[in-house]
Design a protein around this ligand. Structure first.
Ligand SMILES: [Zn+2]
Length: 571
């Protein structure tokens, strides 16, 4: 048998059981025929075989970005939104300048969107830690265009007075459950800051949704960025009826229609797993889940290698930076956070969470539960363990999303029941500077305990949570092995560092485990799908601080090139 493509003279980082390094790969019909030395695969070269000479470059299994929001990522980048990330703006002044430019070309009354601001990287807030963006910073620049600026985490929204006016939110509006409308401590005036989805929703309901064409453009642009980063599989971590009215509809079910269209038109350039969102983000209830599961037609004649459903997303709590993660011990300045679920007391919300988990488990769904605070994580693992005990024959590989403050004991419980944890090392290094002010030095140093989790035996997966961070997984590897804060370079919790090999596994074979497809992808082995990522520098030997800048030179999915930095792979 002859191969369609033979890749030679590479440093093939197989990510097999022994992390062995090979030289060459033969591919036929999208599958790996053979992996070995140049000599081994030569016999597969025929008249029509494409030959790819890597000239010593490393090649990895295609990367699996196992938790992120691709539609939202695509929809929160130019031209659909202003880029307010720390790479693009350094101060509130910069943000104002960017807004002023946009206002000049905006249609009358058009909503101006922006995304990615992070007070930890804004000059004014660095100088004075009590300083926070307000509507008064932007009002004069955009008197007639409503403005909505989402922060990098998606948990905080900053709007101008025009947006307040259109949404009908005023001083008299009470805080919704689980959300905060920030008010000036002296006058009680709204500052234009809304924390958590339930509060953001008060404004968002006035914002026009994106059209299906805009959603298509957003998803395709996200997929292109991912391919250019060597990503060949990803999880869309919350799409469904619960997201229809949220963030322009970029969490909504029309995005699922877009994915179905791309699938049927054979235009997917990455393999996609979708976690279904059945209730309003941040206010999901058992009733929403029941209604969603009964009514929503998620079964379809789809090839799960390309597009796969079967998972449900639950949000258990918020994020530490907004002090909305549910913690055992108080935040600096007070408060424990709470579960963001229906219920009047912690006890009621805890039982609600367990009921939701049990319901989904019995229905045969895999669960990805957003849980960041140590207490929310304990509660979620309680729910998983009880559900698994209730019906042990159902094995769905439930997992915790984020798991920031997972305790050693809970990591051991997770390992025992093979419950996964999906972490974002890039976020660790992005927020490391700000966390001590929220939870104190000691807890901040422990946050995202990669080493503890791996040593306990937990299946650990890594991801970007795009658009929270850009899908540059090389930065994630660098963060996981160094735990250095971006900007200051300060190391946070060096004992929680892991090795390059472990980090690479978390971005490849472990993602395949989460997709329940480790037999088919996640490593370069005979009989697996031909998904690869070729790098310009050696990830295993380059200086730790240079890992983030390693260029991706080529990406192949199903044996076909979907990204080629040089543009002349076979010439
Ligand atoms: Zn997420």
């Amino acid at each position: 048998m002859k191969a369609d493509t033979v890749i030679m003279n590479g440093k093939v980082i197989t990510v097999d059981e022994n992390f062995s390094i090979k030289e060459a790969i033969a591919v036929k019909d999208g599958w790996i025929l053979s992996v070995g030395s140049n000599e081994d695969v030569k016999r597969f070269i025929g008249k029509h075989t494409n030959l790819l000479d890597l000239k010593g470059k490393p090649i990895l299994p295609g990367v699996n970005d196992s938790h992120g929001h691709a539609a939202l990522f695509g929809g929160t980048r130019p031209p659909l939104a202003l880029d307010l990330s720390y790479q693009a703006v350094k101060s509130i002044k910069d943000i104002a300048a960017s807004l002023a430019t946009k206002v000049k070309t905006a249609r009358p009354g058009e909503w101006i969107r922006g995304f990615g601001w992070d007070p930890a990287f804004l000059e004014e807030c660095q100088i004075d830690t009590r300083r926070y963006p307000t509507r008064w910073d932007i009002d004069a620049l955009s008197p007639s265009n409503p403005v909505m600026f989402n922060d990098f985490s998606g948990h905080t929204l900053w709007v101008n007075s025009k947006a307040l006016e259109l949404s009908g939110v005023s001083k008299e509006t009470p805080d919704p459950p689980g959300g905060i409308i920030v008010r000036d401590p002296e006058t009680g005036d709204l500052t234009g800051i809304f924390k958590e989805p339930s509060a953001q929703g008060l404004v968002m309901k006035a914002v026009p949704l994106l059209t299906k064409e805009e959603k298509m453009a957003a998803i395709c642009s996200a997929m292109q960025v991912m391919n250019s980063n060597g990503i060949t599989s990803y999880t869309e971590a919350a799409l469904g009826p619960g997201g229809n009215q949220f963030l322009g509809g970029l969490f909504g079910e029309e995005c699922i229609d877009v994915y179905r269209d791309l699938y049927h038109e054979r235009k997917l350039t990455a393999r996609v797993s979708i976690l279904l969102l059945f209730g309003q983000y941040g206010g999901l209830s058992l009733k929403d889940l029941r209604d969603g599961v009964e009514r929503y037609d998620w079964t379809a004649d789809l090839d799960p290698r390309w597009l796969r459903f079967g998972g449900i997303k639950i949000f258990a709590d918020g994020v530490p930076i907004s002090k909305t993660s549910w913690m055992w011990q108080e935040y600096l300045g007070g408060g424990f956070g709470s579960l963001t679920l229906p219920g009047a007391t912690d006890e009621e919300r805890y039982h609600h969470l367990k009921e939701m988990i049990l319901y989904c488990h019995r229905k045969g769904f895999q669960l990805g539960v957003h849980a960041t605070g140590d207490r929310a994580i304990s509660a979620t693992i309680d729910g998983f363990v009880e559900a698994i005990r209730d019906s042990p024959r159902i094995r769905r590989r439930h997992y915790i999303i984020h798991g920031d403050f997972i305790s050693r004991g809970d990591a051991e419980r997770a390992a025992l029941h093979q419950i996964g944890v999906n972490m974002q090392p890039f976020i660790q290094s992005q927020i490391a500077g700000a966390e001590p002010l929220i939870v104190g030095e000691e807890r901040a140093a422990y946050e995202w305990p990669f080493r503890t989790v791996l040593d306990a035996g937990v299946p650990l997966t890594f991801s970007s949570d795009m658009p929270v961070t850009y899908p540059n997984w090389r930065q994630g590897v660098q963060s996981a092995i160094s735990r250095e804060a971006i900007g200051s370079g300060k190391v946070s919790g060096p004992e929680e560092r892991i090795t390059r090999e472990e980090a690479i596994r978390a971005y490849t074979i472990q993602g395949a485990w989460q997709d329940r497809m480790e037999q088919l992808k996640g490593s370069i082995e005979r009989g697996k799908l031909a998904d690869f990522c070729v790098l310009g520098e050696d990830l295993l030997t380059v200086e730790p601080r240079e890992i983030k800048d390693i260029p991706v030179v080529m990406t192949l999915v199903d044996g076909k090139i979907v990204y080629d930095a040089s543009g002349d792979a076979f010439k």
